[in-house]
Write a protein that binds this ligand. Sequence first.
Ligand SMILES: [Zn+2]
Length: 74
Amino acid sequence: MGKKKNLENWIEGKYRIGTWDKFPNYECLLCPYSTLDEEAMVRHIILVHAPPPEPQAETKTPRYDRFGNLIEEE
Ligand SMILES: [Zn+2]
């Protein structure tokens, strides 16, 4: 659970919410990408600016659900 929260915080720090006309516009702080869809922004950040993998003994590929949440596996 704590791990998931860390990822959310990490993602939130990587974009800002501006405005485009009367709509909220999500702007990536790491590249010129912007979108009106927050879910798309979260996905963009995970795919393009993925957090460095945490060092761990076993090699495991992190998986994310469609909301960008890390899926914890047993
Ligand atoms: Zn970006």
